[in-house]
Every structure is written in structure tokens, then in C-alpha cells.
Design a protein. Structure first.
Ligand code: ACO
Length: 325
């Protein structure tokens, strides 16, 4: 009998400090940076975001999301035999955020590693966990997306600092006789490194190069919709399903206009799209599991429904996962 993987619990965590656009406009104004609620809402759909306190790390938020997901799945930390954390803002250069999170959780001993695919990170991590479960290498995986993008934002660059927020989301993925994950599709094209990057690195005890986020927003925008459409059609074809079989699209929450463009291409009305970008901003690898958990806990998505998760981000990386909840 074929072995599948299935999501059995979801969880999330948002740091308590919430900044509305008005709060951010005020803070940026004190630095002489001009922006407005109208501009941010019209161009991005974002109305608020959460920022972590200075001493809160990726693993701190990830472990809260993980505990919530474990509770929803009715499992203890020691039941877990694989931990993957998707992040581009880990606690330290090494060890991985996954190892630190594992110790905080008390799931010591199982394999734990980070996946770095920026905003596609959760899609990559979920696909790796699914493959390991299908192969028999794992039985109960914890897949976490956690980001503190506020640490790598240039608050003197209004074209990027208004877009991002902090947070974490997690799922428990368990072996099952029935799907679960129906299909997935991952891609990367490294020729687009420069349009979205944090070019700095640590060397000889110093940070070399600029350690803050750089983005060519229009170039990203142009690539994103086409790539997301291709990934969506690829997972549907692999699973032998049609666009009309999708109950919910849960895209990476970067910009409402990218989400609207993707939905249009897939002939999905916006009331089949889970939208949290308005309240969370772009939380990179955390955005999809945060949106999924929100949709599960509010009853928006229901067990048995078909969900299309997809993301695009720095690298360039992109991908999709089609699953039955
Ligand atoms: N407030 C006010 N004005 C602004 C701001 C701001 N925060 N930022 C830019 N502007 C101004 C610009 O200076 C420009 O002014 P000008 O016409 O006088 O030169 C004007 O607004 C238009 O700027 P554009 O860059 O053309 O605005 P655009 O409509 O392209 O919107 C945006 C910019 C929101 C960044 C858009 O390009 C976008 O969403 N791109 C995709 C970004 C994205 O989603 N990235 C994440 C995906 S991958 C990942 O998640 C890591």
C-alpha cells in the first residue's frame, strides 16, 4: 500500500507588538521617511504587521507555533521524529534554528534542519517532509516557517520596509494510508539572485556587504504571477485534478495584487483565496502556515477540502503543494 503524508495539526504565533500602517507612518516620519496608509493599502493590501521584540528569535516564535500545532494534532513533542524549519532569519549562523527549536520543545534526538528558500521556504520544507514520510524515513514531522524579517529591513527604504512582518506557523505532518499531500512542484532559477536578496555575509568577525533586504519590486512582481500559475498547473496535472477542484488557494502572502493576479489566472474567485496579508504583511516562509492556521482555526477551511498552497521568493525560488486537509 502506498504511504502518504497528511496534515494533522496546525499552529501559529504572532509577536504581540502590532503596528498598523498609521503606526508605521508615524515611526518612519520621525526618520524623515514619507509614506502613507493610502499608498500601502492601494499597492499592497497591507494594513498591519507584527514585529518581534529585540530579544525574540526565530526559534522562540517557531516553538510557540510548533506547540500549538502539536496540541491540535494531540501529540507530545517526543512523538515527533523529524523537524524542518523554513527560515531566512535564523537565530544564529549555526546551529540551525531547527536544532535550537528542537531543544526548546523537548523533542531531542530526531533529525532537525533548516531549509532556506526565502518566501518559498515552507513549500520546500513541506515537500521534503512529505518525501521523507513517503520513503519511510520519518513518520511524524513538524514543519515550521518562522521569520523575523524586521531584523533585515532597511527602515530608510520605504519601498521595502512597509511590506514585511514577523511571525511563525507550523504543521504536524503524519504518515497515512490516504492523502494528504497529493502532489508538489519545486523550482529555482539562480539567475534572479539580484532582484531580491540580503547581500551581506559574516566573515573574519565582521559583517561584509549590506546585511539589509534589497528588492526590485517591479521585477519580482512581473515574475511572480507567471511562476505561481505554472506551479499551480503543474501540481494539478500531477494529481489529475482541475482548477475547479480547488476549494481554497492559500498563497504566499506578499501582496494582494499578486494574489488577485494568480487567482484570476486560475479562474478562482477571491472568496476562494485565504487572505491574511492585510493583517500580517509579508512574513516570508511563515506566511503560508500562518494563513493556513488562521483559516483552520476560523473554520474557513474544512477537513476533506482540497487546498493549493504556493509560494515564490528570493533565489528565485517557487513551488506549490496540492493537498487534501
Ligand atoms: N510610500 C509612498 N510612496 C512609495 C512607497 C511608499 N512606501 N514606496 C514606493 N513609493 C513610490 C515610489 O517612489 C514611486 O514614486 P515615483 O513614481 O515618484 O518614482 C511610486 O511610489 C511607485 O513606485 P513603484 O515601485 O512603481 O510602485 P509599485 O506599484 O511597483 O509598488 C511594490 C511597489 C509594492 C513593491 C510592488 O512592486 C510589489 O508589490 N512588488 C512585489 C514585491 C513583493 O511582493 N515582494 C515579495 C515577494 S517575494 C518575497 O516575499 C520575499
Amino acid at each position: 500500500m502506498r504511504r502518504y503524508s497528511r496534515i494533522t495539526g496546525t499552529g501559529s504565533y504572532l509577536p504581540p507588538r502590532r503596528l498598523t500602517n498609521a503606526d508605521l507612518v508615524d515611526e518612519l516620519g520621525q526618520r524623515g521617511i514619507e509614506t502613507s496608509d493610502e499608498w500601502i493599502v492601494e499597492r499592497t493590501g497591507i494594513r498591519a504587521r507584527h514585529f518581534a521584540a529585540p530579544d525574540v528569535t526565530c526559534s522562540d516564535m517557531g516553538v510557540e507555533a510548533a506547540r500549538n500545532a502539536l496540541q491540535a494534532a494531540g501529540l507530545d513533542p517526543t512523538d515527533i521524529d523529524l523537524i524542518i524549519v523554513a527560515t531566512s532569519t535564523p537565530d544564529m549562523v549555526f546551529p540551525s534554528a531547527a536544532c535550537i527549536l528542537q531543544n526548546k520543545l523537548g523533542a531531542n534526538g530526531c533529525p532537525a534542519f533548516d531549509v532556506q528558500a526565502v518566501c518559498s521556504g515552507f513549500i520546500y520544507a513541506l515537500t521534503v517532509a512529505d518525501s521523507m514520510i513517503q520513503s519511510g524515513a520519518a513518520r511524524r514531522a513538524l514543519v515550521v516557517g518562522s521569520e523575523v524579517f524586521s531584523r533585515i529591513l532597511d527602515f530608510n527604504d520605504r519601498t521595502t520596509c512597509v511590506l514585511f512582518g514577523d511571525g511563525a506557523g507550523a504543521v504536524v505532518l503524519e504518515a497515512s494510508d490516504t492523502p494528504g499531500i497529493l502532489s508538489s512542484d519545486l523550482h529555482a532559477d539562480g539567475k534572479h539572485v539580484d532582484i531580491l536578496c540580503v547581500p551581506g555575509n559574516v566573515s573574519g568577525g565582521q559583517v561584509l556587504g549590506d546585511p539589509l533586504l534589497k528588492m526590485d519590486g517591479q521585477a519580482v512582481f512581473k515574475l511572480a504571477v507567471g511562476l505561481l500559475e505554472k506551479a499551480a498547473h503543474a501540481v494539478l496535472a500531477k494529481a489529475g485534478l482541475q482548477e475547479s477542484d480547488i476549494d481554497w488557494l492559500i498563497p504566499h502572502q506578499a501582496n494582494i495584487r499578486i494574489m488577485q493576479g494568480t487567482a484570476r489566472k486560475l479562474k478562482l474567485p477571491m472568496d476562494k483565496v485565504v487572505v491574511t496579508v492585510d493583517q500580517h504583511g509579508n512574513t516570508s516562509a511563515a506566511s503560508i502556515p500562518l494563513a493556513l492556521d488562521h483559516a483552520v482555526r476560523t473554520g474557513q477551511v474544512q477537513p476533506g477540502q482540497t487546498l493549493l498552497l504556493e509560494g515564490v521568493g528570493g533565489g528565485f525560488t517557487w513551488g506549490a503543494v496540492l493537498l487534501k486537509l
